[in-house]
Design a protein around this ligand. Sequence first.
Ligand SMILES: Cc1ncc(COP(=O)(O)O)c(C=O)c1O
Length: 368
Amino acid sequence: MIYFDHNATTAVDERVVEVMLPYFRQLYGNPSSLYRLGRIARSAIDTAREQVGSLIDAPAEQILFTNGGTEANALALASAQGKRLWISAIEHPSVFENAHRRAKCFQSINALEVDTSGVVLFEAVEEQAIQAGDFVSLMLANNETGAIQPVERWVDKVKARGGLLHTDAVQALGKLPVSFKRLGVDLMTLSSHKIYGPKGCGALVWQAGVEMQPLIYGGDQERGLRSGTENVAAIVGFGKAAELARLELDARIKHAQSLRIYLEQQLKTISGLVIFAEQSERLPNTVQFGVPAVNGEMLLMQLDQKQIAVSSGSACAAGSEHISPVLAAMNVEATLAKSAIRVSLGKDNTQPEVDLFVSVLKTLLARN
Ligand SMILES: Cc1ncc(COP(=O)(O)O)c(C=O)c1O
């Protein structure tokens, strides 16, 4: 099988599986227990916290483990309750839907405009429009188009007015250098399963001084901000995946970038094919494209029959006939948006796989 959907999820790295296994078998202690088995589990969590911290250049004690990116985003938004919230239409549903379904919890929800290249417009909001205490949530890189967002510039703008900035860095992690310290954001969301770690694990990184509101109360784990017995094996796996991502980051970026450039050269030989957000700076592994009058969902299923896994956009939207809200926000014409296919490459993909994909794609398009 050719797996080209690494923005949806990744296979757990064998080296990650290896370090997780003992925590299912011999080292099954509850990290809150005071005896040795518990202390071993506690210390494994501490190590993972250091490993994740090293990947994003953040102090370990500012990393809070959650059950994934969705929960970390919800926890970040919980600290925006009662405030004026600013978000764009290209945010992941775990931010966008969560915010809009809980609209009553915020003083107001204000939209950040997106340009046709999939980037949130820096000029869309005057600095003066941001008020002290406002909460801005702006992702670091978009999951569909891969477009990288100007978070660093927004931090200055928001901070200058006394606001808070949260960034969803789920897609950027392990694909770009990400420094919590250098970015200067107040909150950052991470997820393990996009970086060859296990599913069901993530983190919210927070700047000391940010007032946090727990979503779940109970045993006061994670400094009382995320109650519930820790998923020790998954946290250990996330830590190891973070360590590997840090050590292999340059090589992974180079590999993805060269494969993506190669893929795009081939795609451009297909008549009428449009690469979305082509003009913007994008994740090295991501290309989303459309071919007018082609049904993207159908093409995805035909590729699946040929043992090729791609996405039509956000994994959460798979199976639905909806036009991607990301492409809609970019003003992509509806029939073109419906043809969208996203290829997201991973560390183990190869050039022959790209060749085979393009050749199958051309055959299918000629048939449609
Ligand atoms: C940008 C972004 N944020 C958040 C999430 C949710 O992360 P998780 O699957 O760990 O809940 C995803 C997953 O697709 C994502 O792409």
